[in-house]
Design a protein around this ligand. Structure first.
Ligand code: AMP
Ligand code: GLY
Length: 424
């Protein structure tokens, strides 16, 4: 089949890499793609939120199947437009996409359908926030309602710290993402993990799990980022974790979506905290994660394209692809100013070839006259697969050193502790 992948980050590079290796994939177009996708198909310049042009692209190229990479594409209603045009599409409707694009919608959905999550209050002004915090005990997580590219969540230790954030948001700096609603949430303690489940509208099947590293610095210090690395599987969860997640979270989510008549076709990324009382949802995302996808794809065997297409067509064929028991670790190489600024890097060598079992995926970038221009921020994710997490980690850092010396002049930085730490 002919596939279009919409997006331009390392996540879409990893998806296109895996899709292109699927027996049922005939060709791949990336819209707009990056330096990595350019090497395995055609890149077409089009905005990821421009529904009419994306539909036109699919028609013009006789595309059989579209995979939507990012939340901005879903929030722009691109899946709705494609579905209305008769194009088979992996990605939920704009309405169901509110599980990610509105934290208030998402929290109300969880409360209505009794899905375990942190206690929360919704406020629309500084006064209302002060009243909600008057009797608050413990830490507060302050969340802007809308999409804010990872900048809309601040974890605080108590109500005083939360008040300072709110004064800033309702004052000089404005609420990240530009909305007006804010969610105040009880801070949960535990271990975080990400579970990716495939939804074809009538079933919600757990598929893969991972852990990502959101903070910029070693030891989880420094500012929040889009993610500085990840590993899969999240190997320190209880042995029956997936059964518990299915029963307490995925089954009620599926029933809730059906009861609310939401069209959900695609992947549901459940950001979970494993607390003393079991798993609680921190957030839902309505697409694959970045950098999690870069460590998930190397673990998949079989026909991944056929699997995603079966999901999009409403009848998940779980036998089309399987998940290997091996571990994968991925390290993000970013520009020094990340996450504060995106400083473009010019004239990078396009060669990211690495030994077998290692793979590098480009972030936002273009290939021009034999050189790569990276838009800055997260430039590359370097991954390695291994028999255990430690084996994968050692191989991933060896690959990082190889690539850093190839990109010597670019001053890329990375965390040195991805995948290290407690083993089960
Ligand atoms: P998000 O942007 O929603 O992924 O949140 C960013 C990070 O904030 C998460 O990965 C968690 O580490 C943290 N976080 C969000 N909500 C909570 C919560 N209720 N309790 C503890 N940490 C949280
Ligand atoms: N790694 C976090 C995200 O994709 O939202």
């Amino acid at each position: 089949m002919r596939i279009v992948i919409v997006g331009s980050g390392a996540r879409e590079d990893a998806l296109s890499w895996r899709l292109a290796r699927s027996p049922s994939c005939e060709s791949i177009v990336a819209a707009p793609g990056n330096a990595g996708t350019a090497s395995r198909g055609e890149n077409v310049r089009v905005s990821v939120t421009d529904g009419p042009s994306l539909v036109e692209l699919c028609r013009h190229r006789n595309i059989d199947f579209a995979v939507l990479g990012s939340e901005t594409t879903i929030a722009a209603g691109v899946a709705d437009r494609m579905a209305a045009a008769g194009i088979s599409v992996f990605g939920p409707s704009r309405s169901a996409g509110r599980l990610e694009s509105s934290k208030i919608f998402s929290k109300r959905f969880m409360q209505r359908h009794r899905i375990p999550t942190a206690r929360a209050a919704v406020v629309h002004s500084l006064d209302a926030a002060s009243r909600a915090l008057a009797e608050w005990e413990g830490g507060v997580v302050v969340k802007a309602d809308g999409l804010a590219a990872g900048k809309g969540v601040v974890v605080t230790k108590d109500a005083d710290e939360a008040r300072a954030v709110l004064r800033d948001w309702y004052g000089a700096s404005g609420i990240p993402g530009g909305g007006n609603g804010v969610l105040l949430e009880q801070r949960l303690e535990g271990r975080e993990c990400s579970v990716f489940a495939l939804s074809d509208g009538t079933s919600l099947t757990p598929f893969l799990d991972a852990r990502d590293y959101k903070r910029a610095g070693d030891g989880d210090t420094g500012p929040n980022t889009g993610g500085m690395g990840a590993y899969s599987p999240a190997d320190d969860l209880p042995a029956n974790a997936l059964d518990v997640i299915r029963e307490r979270i995925l089954d009620p989510v599926l029933r809730g979506l059906q009861a609310d008549e939401e069209r959900y076709v695609g992947v549901l990324y459940c950001g979970l905290m494993w607390t003393q009382a079991g798993p609680a949802v921190i957030e839902f995302n309505v697409r694959f994660g970045d950098p999690e996808t870069q460590v998930l794809m190397p673990r998949i065997d079989g026909d991944f394209a056929a699997l995603l297409k079966s999901v999009a067509d409403g009848a998940t064929d779980a036998s089309a692809a399987t998940v290997s028991a091996r571990h994968c670790v991925g390290v993000v190489l970013a520009t020094e100013s990340y996450p504060y600024a995106s400083t473009p890097v010019n004239d990078l060598v396009p060669d990211v070839s690495l030994p077998d079992g290692c793979q590098a995926f480009w972030g936002g970038s273009t290939l021009e006259n034999g050189h790569v221009r990276a838009s800055g921020g997260r430039v590359l994710t370097v991954t390695a697969i291994g028999d255990g997490r430690e084996d994968a980690r050692v191989r991933a850092y060896a690959a990082v050193r190889t690539l850093s010396s190839r990109f010597g002049n670019a001053n890329l930085t990375y965390r040195s502790d991805i995948g290290a730490g407690a083993q089960p």
